[in-house]
Unconditional design. Structure first.
Length: 493
């Protein structure tokens, strides 16, 4: 690098690429983020990076992105090199640059007592520029190995694994049970949070590199794992972890109560012009159970569908405005932050535990829910072990209830019947090389580690590809993931 710029943060305040005005964006399904940015603005933001001797931002990133490198390169206007650094650890940086909660930012050294570098905005800007300039193109391998690999699941983990294996020279076929590719990037995350055109252009790149895709094929039902193993030299299971956590209280059987991801998937299909039953919030009083990202996406979708009222319930207390003493930098802050969805309207209600769903008029549909205001006793790991009821018999009107309290594991029962061992957490059990009990069958992503962030899934896919390449060839030139000890997050109640 050229000269350092340790005082850039003194010259320029933090200024991320912003979002569109909530009053404007609530009326459409276009991305909530500002559609454009100025080069000089981002170069200034890159200059704020101190290029720390020990870059804690990299420790905060689950895959160890080379953040100081590409911050500096953006500052110097060397965008193409910045893109190369970004792709060195992340196959799909727009997936993370637009949707990741950016745990790297609170780990930034500046965040100790000032405003962190706008790392997420810089990442987004680099990949935006890469697409605009035509720098992102198919990179097919120069030679083929003669080995064939099946990847089951086309979410971020499956796609990253497929791209890495294909670039190592193996012939890769991706099997997807749904009609669309991309996993939850396509069917789970709303259009206004991540435009599906961004998924499609990556898929076009992968097709150009020689990867084959088969949709509408559920392995374990339409095609057995035994058949797949007979046709391919290795199999990677990247099936996700979409077994929903449920709320088992009286009235759960009433009409009008749906899982949040079912609701989001139905709306994504409708936005894509595909047929399917819509779950409509128009003119309804909506209650979303769950304070995580899925819950926020449900709130924002209900706004756009024209809900009469939206309330989001969390069983936890409202986080404090400042860090508690046991939550120092550089750990992820357990502090309150307004979500993009609640910026657009609705109410957030905390420390409420649902006790029943209520049919007030006898028509078999939910009209309200009952809840208690509670205070929890936590164990040493921060898990809820006991509650004190502070207020009982709280009644909330609710004509549509969306349950978004996280996921209990993978939907891998059919795979379990065909020899894949499931862990106590309902995930695909695998050893240190990510291989399951079945020789040549690997597991990766949420299916192996549990529901988590997109950035974790990409790193998992890259690691699985390296292990599979070594299994097939005895060694691998694929780079290892720079996985850190940053714990995954979960969409819990």
């Amino acid at each position: 690098m050229d000269e350092n710029h340790p005082d850039g943060f003194l010259k320029h305040p933090r200024a991320p690429i912003g979002k569109r005005d909530p009053r404007e964006r609530i009326g459409d399904y276009r991305e909530i983020y500002a559609p454009s940015w100025r080069e000089e603005h981002l170069r200034e933001q890159g200059e704020r990076c101190m290029d720390c001797g020990v870059p804690a931002c990299m420790g905060g990133c689950p895959i160890g992105n080379l953040i100081p490198d590409w911050n500096d390169l953006v500052h110097r206007g060397r965008w193409r090199e910045a893109l190369d650094r970004l792709h060195a650890t992340n196959n799909f940086p727009e997936f993370t640059g637009y949707t990741c909660p950016a745990p790297c930012e609170p780990a930034c050294t500046l965040a100790y007592n000032a405003d962190a570098v706008a790392i997420k905005s810089l990442e987004r800007a680099i990949v935006d520029r890469g697409w605009e300039q035509g720098w992102i193109r198919p990179e097919p391998p120069a030679r083929r190995t003669g080995k064939q690999v099946a990847v089951v699941g086309s979410g971020p983990a499956g796609l990253a694994c497929a791209q890495q294996l294909n670039r190592a020279g193996h012939a890769v076929t991706v099997f997807e049970r749904d009609e669309a590719l991309g996993g939850l990037m396509t069917l789970g995350i709303p259009d206004f949070k991540f435009a599906k055109s961004q998924v499609e252009r990556r898929l076009e790149q992968l097709r150009g590199e020689g990867i084959a895709f088969r949709t509408g094929v559920e392995v374990g039902r339409d095609l057995t794992l035994t058949e797949l193993r007979g046709r391919f030299d290795a199999v990677c299971l990247a099936t996700g972890a979409q077994a929903h956590r449920d709320v088992q209280v009286p009235g759960r059987e009433l009409a009008g109560i749906h899982f949040g991801m079912t609701y989001l998937t139905a709306e994504n299909r409708r936005q894509a012009g595909r047929e399917g039953a819509m779950i409509d919030a128009r003119d309804k009083r909506v209650v979303v159970l769950g304070g995580g990202d899925t819950g926020a996406d449900c709130v924002a979708t209900a706004h756009r569908q024209g809900a009469a009222d939206v309330a989001q319930i969390s069983v936890r207390d409202q986080p404090p405005l400042s860090r508690p003493a046991d939550n120092p930098w550089p750990w992820q802050p357990r502090t309150f932050e307004q979500t993009y969805a609640l910026e657009e309207g609705g109410r957030a209600l905390y420390a409420l535990d649902v006790t029943a769903f209520v049919d007030e008029n006898g028509d078999g549909a939910v009209d309200a829910l009952s809840a208690e205001r509670v205070r929890w006793t936590l164990d040493e790991q921060g898990r809820r072990v006991d509650k004190t009821v502070l207020e009982a018999d709280i009644r909330l009107p609710a004509e549509l209830v969306l349950i978004a309290i996280g996921f209990a594991g993978t939907e891998g029962q059919r795979l379990g019947e065909q020899g894949v061992v499931l862990s106590q957490r309902g995930l695909l059990a695998a050893d240190a090389t990510m291989m399951t009990e079945l020789d040549g069958v690997f597991a990766t992503g949420d299916a192996r580690r549990g529901a988590s962030l997109v950035v974790w899934a990409i790193g998992e896919g890259r690691d699985a590809a390296r292990h599979i390449d070594r299994y097939l060839m005895g060694d691998s030139r694929l780079p290892p993931s720079l996985e850190t000890l940053t714990p995954p997050t979960d969409d819990e109640r």
